[in-house]
Write a protein of this length. Structure first.
Length: 701
């Protein structure tokens, strides 16, 4: 991505500005962004002459959505000055917003109480939430919000500061799905520590953790308890110092952090020296919170662009490089660092690109996000609030990489060999890889291919070591929450209910676990498997169903226990009527966006094309009783058909959201968006004929 330019297809020449009111200072400032399914974004901020949060909904083409609020902009009313800090889209099209309320006469400015609001799809307050759609959270005399993250078990955790008489910085407060503070969290709903910094940036981390950064430090907390995570920078007990090298005559600023796919933490900000020079400062920490010695100098890199700039947001690219957005007097810009922290001189003009957005009065950047299609959207403010879309103009791009021929392109080196596949990042490079297994009719083999360059990562090898020729199923997911996925193989017809899990270690497939999914080793119908975070602990769990000849029996295993003796999350149950004798197909997706992965079942051959969605949260609470009260139940085709229905999950349209793909009946492949699984008669978002399915390279099941 050596060159970037404003995207002329977005808004007006790459810009979206909100209408300005009649007042002298009646303009909107946007502080944060949240991506929307389909390529749009939500912006959240404030109006300088009005009370209340401001939320804007921008469509993928850069136009404000006229069906939301007033011409695309909704105001959440409060009786005092309010600043929206964070927003999250909801599966029903609504929005959850969090921010700050200012106490009258508060000398700190923009502080006072924390506040939450929930809007419906039209931008109106949802009366079922809090008190008429809003909820005020008063912790101490002066509270300030830094960010919001989803909480295990539903609801959210608000991250910020509370300045109390004792000087304690109260960092985390958990609110349930209705906005009420959860008294079981911390002490009365708030976890308090004495932190050496004021939180400014928040990012969820693997394993049910949250990273909080500000000033000169980063801390990692457990979202379930609010306690500091002592495994993060053990010498600091969960706190890691980030030293930008500012001495007594200098000052540093912390603006944001992000987490790389491999778990390393990137911190971005700036440093001003005594001579008034501004430097863009970026630091990188290892997953355990210690400085990454392979980045810059001792884990820190400084970039002097000769002006008054500071880094605002870091965006990690698939090749490990880092784009840093920054602001200056009248323009926005980006600088590109290599994975080792050096300025990439091949990018833009000597490593930086600047964008004139036509605001000579000054430009102040907010957060930036990168959309699934690679476009970068930046929130900012000047004389009007604005979104700026930046896209690769392709002027100096090298040709796209070509997958090498040979075993890496065809891991089983045999024309016509049937295969099944799963995708996940098994080598920790931030790019999804593909794990293949052969289907029935040939000796079972497994292989893994790099998503980055098509080279062979592992195999082909015999996952069971016994020459089984009945084919297999494969699933992949991060079972231990370390940022690298494992993969799991089960046998098809003729095999026992064996489950074998593997991890990639030093370029070799290492057996993590080998066990029976059901307590009947004599069963010879095989098993099918899927992976997803059913218990919302930040790691994938395993769902195993019986294969051909068995009833639709289901076992759910805690992924974190797989390597040391798998523990069931619930007792085994039947997802569909027991008289069906070809097992069940399984996929896992968070259909209702509550943080718990849900189980999507399809009947095996001999059953109708019945698709049943069982809620993960409900399953943990009620066990088999959740089947009687499913989230969704429908027929993906003619109910009179008896060919069953295969289900899988995939981001088919690459919009950042998961679709459920089913195969069965006269239409070979049908795609349903995850929220549609909650409907009794969902509308398909895409249907593929057999020819189209073949041309797209799609294999379901």
């Amino acid at each position: 991505m050596p060159a970037l330019a404003l995207d002329p297809a977005f808004g007006a020449g790459g810009l979206v500005t909100t209408p300005r009111g009649p007042g002298d200072n009646d303009d909107v400032s946007f502080h944060d962004l949240a991506p929307l399914p389909g390529g749009g974004v939500l912006g959240v901020g404030r109006n300088n002459e009005a009370t209340g949060f401001v939320v804007a909904k921008v469509r993928a083409d850069g136009t404000l959505d006229p069906a939301f609020g007033a011409g695309g902009v909704a105001t959440v009313p409060f009786d005092t000055f309010a600043v929206g800090v964070a927003a999250a889209p909801l599966p029903d099209g609504g929005v959850l917003v969090a921010g700050n309320l200012q106490h009258p006469g508060d000398p700190y400015g923009f502080t006072g109480d924390l506040a939450l609001a929930r809007l419906d799809a039209g931008g109106n307050l949802d009366p079922s939430f809090g008190a008429g759609g809003t909820r005020v959270v008063d912790i101490g005399p002066v509270d300030q919000l830094a960010g919001m993250v989803a909480a295990p078990g539903g609801g959210v955790v608000l991250v910020g500061t509370s300045v109390a008489p004792a000087g304690v910085s109260r960092i985390l407060t958990r609110a349930d799905a209705a906005g009420a503070v959860d008294p079981a969290f911390g002490v009365g709903g708030t976890a308090a520590i004495t932190a050496p910094f004021r939180p400014q940036s928040v990012m969820p981390a693997a394993g049910g953790k949250v990273l909080v950064g500000g000033g000169n430090g980063v801390a990692r907390f457990d979202l379930a308890t609010g306690a500091l995570d002592p495994t993060f920078n053990p010498a600091g007990g969960g706190l890691a110092r980030v030293d930008f090298g500012a001495g007594t005559d200098s000052r540093s600023t912390f603006e944001g952090l992000t987490v790389q796919p491999d778990g390393r933490v990137v911190v971005v900000g700036g440093r001003r020296g005594p001579d008034g020079t501004d430097l863009i400062a970026v630091a990188r920490l290892n997953p355990d919170g210690t400085p990454d010695a392979g980045f810059g100098t001792g884990g820190v890199t400084m970039t002097d662009l000769g002006g008054h700039e500071y880094g605002r947001t870091a965006l990690v690219q698939p090749d490990g490089s880092i784009l840093v957005t920054f602001g200056m007097s009248d323009r926005l810009g980006m600088v590109k660092l290599t994975a080792a922290g050096a300025v990439d001189a091949t990018f833009g003009d000597g490593g930086e690109a600047r964008f004139d957005v036509g605001q000579p009065g000054g430009v102040y950047p907010g957060r930036a996000v990168q959309l699934p299609d690679g476009r970068i959207v930046v929130a900012g403010n000047s004389t009007t609030g604005q979104f700026i879309a930046l896209a690769d103009d392709g002027a100096d791009d090298p040709p796209p990489p070509v997958t090498p021929a040979g075993p890496s392109a065809d891991p089983f080196a045999g024309a016509g060999v049937p295969v099944r596949a799963a995708t996940a990042d098994i080598d920790g490079d931030g790019v999804a890889d593909t794990v293949f297994v052969t289907g029935p009719g040939v000796p079972l083999r497994a292989a893994a291919v790099s998503g980055r360059d098509g080279t062979l990562l592992a195999g082909p090898f015999d996952p069971f070591g016994d020459g089984f020729a009945g084919g297999g199923y494969v699933a992949a997911g991060d079972l231990d929450g370390d940022g690298r996925a494992e993969w799991v193989v089960t046998p098809d017809r003729g095999g026992g209910p064996r489950v074998s899990a593997f991890s990639l270690t030093d370029g070799k497939p290492i057996v993590l676990a080998n066990f029976f999914g059901f307590d009947d080793p004599r069963f010879r119908g095989g098993a099918r498997v899927a992976a997803g975070d059913v218990n919302a602990d930040g790691a994938a769990d395993l769902v195993v169903t019986a294969g051909p000849g068995g009833g639709p029996r289901v076992a759910v295993f805690d992924g974190r226990t797989v390597g040391g003796g798998p523990a069931r999350l619930v007792n085994d149950f039947f997802a569909l009527p027991e008289n069906l004798r070809d097992g069940a197909y399984i996929a896992v997706a968070d259909a209702d966006a509550d943080g718990f992965a849900d189980l999507v079942f399809g009947a095996g051959a001999g059953g109708a094309p019945h698709v049943l969605t069982v809620g993960g949260r409900q399953l943990l609470a009620a066990g088999a009783g959740a089947v009687a009260d499913p989230l969704g139940s429908f027929f993906a085709g003619d109910p009179a058909d008896r060919g069953g229905v295969v289900v899988r999950t995939a981001d088919v349209d690459r919009d950042g959201t998961v679709e459920v793909v089913v195969a069965g009946g006269p239409v070979v492949v049908t795609c349903y968006a995850a929220p549609a699984l909650l409907a009794a008669d969902p509308e398909a978002v895409r249907e593929l004929t057999p020819e189209a399915a073949l041309a797209a390279g799609i294999h379901v099941g």
